[in-house]
Design a protein around this ligand. Structure first.
Ligand SMILES: C=C(C[SeH])C(=O)N1CCC[C@H]1C(=O)O
Ligand SMILES: [Zn+2]
Length: 597
């Protein structure tokens, strides 16, 4: 009878889950070995193990689908079977599976090992993205040097990935079809378990776009003031190489010469960190201490032993920051090439947020050890970092001196947060709208660069520094495109982290709507056990329930909405509107004159 069948099904799936944990542990170990020491043999070993594990997965899958789990009574049991009934890329025949692994691995190692020549010294050709190019791009205010770095990096890391990318698209789409998806776009969106995910992204963009356009117009004027109208036009898109970041995904590196009230004291956190002899380890210890202050879980001993927190000098590694779950309940690691600066201070909290999520849901069955949706996993650390970057907290830890002055200081603070959080949204939206089009076949290889820049211009109001052709492939110059990492997760994160932050600030007694002494912009939840417990309760759920349940458990809302972000930035939005009106700034941008299609 059904009762007995369900009982047998439970025994089966729990045994399968234990085996899956062992497989994932082995996969993580092989992946770590390769990405922390990029050599041909480590790449081959990793692919060999992936191939072996995929065979085991396929066998297990054959057995799993024999169960009539759709009729089971228990919700969690049904959910476990549903997730295990999706085989993934292992559904590909061995030869295609191997080809797919090789094409992604080829792109990723190209990205990780690409070097370019210096602008000032054409004989110096050992500049890596981290730390060399990143540092130069953050500091240089020479448009010609920035143009050189931008063009050379996009040639080395972007154009060179085109062939592998085209093959990866073909094979990944075949895998999608074997999993009963139309294409990879549908497969990626299925992770969010809502039928209208793409419409939700579009709605969120409509909500935030007016604020972005005001910020874009203001920044364009300040850049025109600095570089002149031969470099930055009054009504056109902003050249993408002038924003302090290789992908113009965050503009925090131009804050020092574009902030609204320049005569207010300079708040240079990076300088303060360096003056106070911060080290990578100190940054990690401080982050761990913040999480513990919320009554969350301390980093386990193995974390401190096994993590790589600085770039090794004796080998090539994948420097792009990452957090690792080894699915054995004990081994959790971060790998990042930390530099002592404000940006990496944020990244450290971001990665520690991933580890905290791993720790909170480690008691779950392996199949539920995941974010409620991919965006939740990206939002945890950033939510904590919203408190860490508040003036109140920076004063608490001695990175900022003196007291909160006045409304102008607050506008400067909101501006600093806005050129990080608001400008990121159209960037993130572009990256996956582009790839949705590629996977759907709406964008053919001969149109890759043209379609990428059409979206960049339409959504971000940017243009390339020089003409582009289909010899280029600028999208792959971004890590996540070369590494096959879905990006809508960050778009979701940058929206929901403000919903999380607002709730946690209220629980911490740090934010009271309409109380001018308890403003959201200056909320710091540090040491609030009430906030920490509420966050922990949501994190413990992992992916055991659909994400609206997790969202409701923490915030009382069941949807992702821009109202948290818009509330946080309202004073800045009003200031920008007044300021752009005062200077008669043109809001939006006319078509670019640069050739890229
Ligand atoms: C820090 C990570 C590793 Se999950 C990252 O890739 N992030 C964090 C914010 C956006 C995105 C990026 O760097 O593009
Ligand atoms: Zn992340």
């Amino acid at each position: 009878d059904l009762e007995a069948l369900e009982h047998e099904g439970r025994d089966y799936i729990m045994q399968l889950d234990r085996m899956a944990g062992i497989r994932k542990n082995r996969a993580s170990i092989a992946e770590w070995a390769y990405t922390s020491n990029i050599t041909k043999e480590n790449e081959e070993a990793r692919i060999q193990i992936q191939l072996e594990l995929s065979k085991q997965e396929k066998q297990a899958w054959e057995e799993t689908k024999m169960y009539r789990w759709q009729d089971f009574q228990d919700f969690s049991l049904r959910r476990m079977f549903k997730k295990y009934s999706q085989l993934g890329v292992s559904a590909l025949p061995d030869d295609k599976y191997k080809l797919l692994m090789q094409s992604v691995s080829g792109m990723e190692s190209n990205y990780a090992t690409s070097k370019i020549c210096s602008y000032k010294d054409s004989a110096k050709c050992d500049l890596a993205l981290e730390p060399d190019i990143t540092e130069l791009f953050a500091k240089s205010q020479d448009p010609e040097e920035l143009k050189h770095l931008w063009v050379e990096w996009h040639k080395a890391a972007g154009a060179r990935a085109r062939a592998n990318f085209t093959q990866y698209v073909q094979l990944d789409n075949e895998a999608a079809k074997l999993n009963n998806f139309k294409d990879v776009a549908e497969w990626w969106q299925s992770e969010y378990e809502v039928p209208d995910f793409e419409q939700q992204l579009a709605k969120l963009w409509e909500d935030v776009k007016p604020l972005y356009q005001q910020l874009h117009a203001y920044v364009r004027r300040r850049l025109r003031d600095k570089y002149g109208d031969q470099v930055v036009s009054a009504r056109g898109p902003i050249p993408a190489h002038l924003l302090g970041n290789m992908w113009a995904q965050t503009w925090n590196n131009i804050e020092s010469f574009t902030r609204p009230y320049p005569d207010k004291k300079e708040v240079d956190i990076t300088q303060a960190m360096r003056e106070q002899n911060y080290t990578a380890l100190k940054m990690f210890r401080m982050s761990d201490e913040f999480f513990r202050s919320l009554n969350l879980t301390a980093m386990p001993e193995k974390f401190w032993k096994n993590s790589i927190i600085e770039k090794p000098t004796d080998r090539e590694i994948v420097c792009h920051a990452s957090a690792w779950d080894f699915y054995d309940g004990e081994d959790f690691r971060i790998k990042q090439c930390t530099t002592v600066d404000y940006e990496y201070f944020q990244t450290t909290h971001h990665e520690m947020g991933h580890i905290q999520y791993f720790l909170q849901y480690k008691h779950q069955p392996v199949i539920f050890r995941d974010g409620a949706n991919p965006g939740f996993h990206e939002a945890v650390g950033d939510t904590i970092a919203l408190s860490v970057s508040s003036p109140k907290h920076l004063r608490r830890v001695g990175l900022v001196q003196g007291d909160a002055e006045d409304e102008q200081t607050e506008i400067n603070q909101l501006y600093k947060m806005g050129i990080d959080k608001i400008v990121f949204l159209p960037f993130a939206y572009t990256l996956d709208l582009f790839r949705y089009g590629v996977f759907r076949g709406e964008t053919q290889p001969e149109d890759y660069n043209c379609h990428y820049w059409r979206l960049r211009e339409m959504l971000q109001g940017l243009e390339p520094p020089v003409n582009r052709t289909e010899e280029d492939f600028d999208a792959a110059a971004k890590y996540h495109v070369s590494a096959d990492v879905e990006y809508a997760r960050y778009y979701v994160s940058f929206i929901i982290q403000f919903q999380f932050h607002r709730t946690l600030c209220q629980l911490a007694g740090e934010y009271v709507p309409e109380d001018l002494t308890k403003k959201l912009v200056d909320c710091d939840i540090y040491q609030s056990v009430a906030a920490g417990n509420a966050l922990a309760n949501m994190l413990k759920m992992g992916s055991s329930k659909p994400w609206p349940d997790a969202m409701e458990a923490l915030t009382g809302q069941r949807a992702m909405r821009a109202d948290g972000l818009l509330e946080y930035f309202r004073p800045l939005h009003e200031w920008l509107q007044a300021e752009n009106q005062r200077t008669g700034e043109y809001i939006g941008w006319e078509p670019s004159k640069i050739q890229y299609c």
